[in-house]
Design a protein around this ligand. Structure first.
Ligand code: C5P
Ligand code: C5P
Ligand code: ZN
Length: 472
């Protein structure tokens, strides 16, 4: 048996692949974020290449109703990607009733149940929050499904890396752990490059002043949120950073020019008293999809993942999936339009949170956006808000948004610093939501829940207590 990109998962992946090859027809069900879309694209490509007939569906949140609807289709095998583990108890009941055979390729905290074809890094001692994404697990499965054609499916590593970055698994500067095996295969297959570079968002598409001005992770006084300041910083470098009167983009610069800008930026950050750990986070590993055109969102994995979130989180998973599967005409245009809308929503949402501020409890901080922020992006906004003035990095942030139908969506975000001290937001979301008649789960560092409207206060009290116990 070949070693595969993640040896620990290999035997289980082979068993899952075998089961899929035996299936008459498969329903592929996946999650509506960047990782879920890339998971679906990786799995769909592999099924297609293996000649296995399948249909694809997406879901915002897999719950009992969604699983019942899936069970009602006439597919005898269901492949769940980027979700399923957290709902294995419900899935196992349908399996026991003979409705379908589940194959689950996921990286979320499993529910208290198991099934034969369950591929999840957490079952094999690998951290699902930071070392392998849903798309990564799907990639491991795709490699086991390979039929000897097309680089043995190793070209799909590009999408797996987009999924991992979409789930912020590079938040400490680079992908690590099991993800590294996937990066290596992508580089070998010639679809991916991994280089040390500036970590700022927008290296492919943003004109240089905007790249600097909008960078929010590391706040550099006189540059971040400062258009004129960014321009005067760039003007002072003695480089030709405009072409035909237009600002060039990072992707257009030569290696020497990049070096000059990056060094000056770091010097400026040091001189402005930015803390050393924030300065270090200015530089990291950047992943580039080498077959994509320079200057497009698709070439930079981070921009690619935002483009995907802009589709599926707005009920247009079909558009994102088509882009992942190579549609560079109609689908890309539509995705770019959706991206403009998504960007505007993120920036308005973030502004709203900054204006309103958060309520600080003993162990957590929270805000309730009501209908101001769409429930499918409130978690992204919460993550972006951390570090803004009045929103500390030292406590997890919990965000609420109205779902309609008498339900409230909860999103929680922490940090790896806090998970190392014992924070487990997945357990906190699950237990606190169940205490008020809801349900939830996710990862230790990022999780979510749905609760009945009217239970927010009781829920906050419960989460505050649980997180206090975890960190205490
Ligand atoms: O369902 P899924 O696993 O794809 O979603 C994980 C979510 O957790 C993503 O929205 C991702 O951005 C978020 N996350 C985060 N910070 C981390 C790791 C993940 O906000 N350090
Ligand atoms: O929706 P949000 O981006 O906040 O989700 C963060 C993480 O929590 C994701 O991995 C998501 O799959 C998970 N989640 C969950 N159950 C919910 C809501 C979110 O497992 N009810
Ligand atoms: Zn995921």
């Amino acid at each position: 048996m070949p070693a595969g990109p993640v040896p620990e998962l290999e035997a289980r992946a082979e068993a899952c692949a075998e089961r899929l090859r035996d299936a008459d027809s498969v329903l592929l069900a996946s999650h509506i974020d960047a990782d879920g879309l890339t998971s679906a694209a990786v799995a769909a490509s592999a099924l297609e290449r293996a000649g296995i007939p399948f249909d694809t569906v997406f879901s915002k949140q897999l719950d009992a109703d969604e699983i019942a609807a899936i069970a009602a289709t006439d597919h005898e095998t269901v492949l769940f990607t980027d979700f399923g583990s957290g709902q294995l108890d419900i899935i196992a009941d349908h399996e026991a009733a003979g409705e379908f055979t589940p194959v689950v390729a996921d990286h979320h905290q499993p529910a208290d149940a198991d099934t034969e074809f369950h591929l999840n890094p957490l079952l094999f001692g690998i951290d699902g929050a930071s070392e392998l994404s849903g798309a990564g697990v799907s990639y491991v499965l795709a490699r086991a499904l390979e039929t000897g054609s097309r680089s043995d499916n190793r070209d799909l590593a590009a999408l797996a890396v987009v999924g991992a970055v979409g789930d912020m698994q590079d938040s400490e500067g680079a992908l690590h752990g099991a993800n590294e095996g996937i990066v290596e295969e992508g580089v070998e297959a010639g679809v991916l490059e991994a280089n040390t570079d500036l970590t700022l968002y927008g290296k492919q598409t943003r004109p240089l002043p905007k790249l600097l001005e909008y960078a929010s992770d590391v706040r550099i006084p006189g540059i971040s949120n400062d258009h004129a300041g960014s321009i005067s910083f760039l003007d002072g470098l003695g480089l030709h950073l405009k072409a035909d009167g237009e600002w060039r983009r990072w992707a257009d610069l030569s290696a020497e020019e990049r070096q000059t800008v990056a060094s000056a930026l770091v010097r400026r950050a040091v001189a402005s008293g930015v803390p050393a750990d924030r300065i270090n986070s200015l530089v990291g590993t950047a992943y580039t999809l080498v077959d994509e055109e320079t200057g497009t969102e698709l070439r930079d994995v981070s921009e690619f993942s935002t483009l995907l979130n802009a589709t599926a989180r707005y009920d247009r998973a079909d558009v994102g999936l088509a882009v992942c599967l190579g549609d560079r005409d109609g689908a890309l245009d539509r995705a770019q339009k959706l991206l403009r809308n998504h960007r505007r929503n993120l920036s308005e949402g973030l502004q709203w949170v900054k204006n309103e501020g958060v309520t600080v409890e003993e162990n957590v901080q929270w805000f309730d956006a009501g209908t101001r922020i769409r429930e499918t992006i409130v978690g992204i906004v919460a993550g972006m808000a951390v570090g803004a003035s009045g929103i500390s990095r030292s406590k997890p942030i919990v965000a609420f948004a109205e779902k309609g139908d008498g339900e409230v969506k909860v999103s929680a975000r922490g940090s790896h610093f806090l998970t190392r001290k014992g924070l487990d937001l997945s357990a906190a979301m699950r237990d606190a939501s169940r205490a008020v008649g809801g349900d939830g789960g996710g990862h230790n560092v990022a999780a979510g829940a749905t609760i009945p409207a009217g239970e927010r206060e009781a829920f906050v009290a419960e989460v505050d207590l649980i997180v206090g116990e975890q960190l205490g």
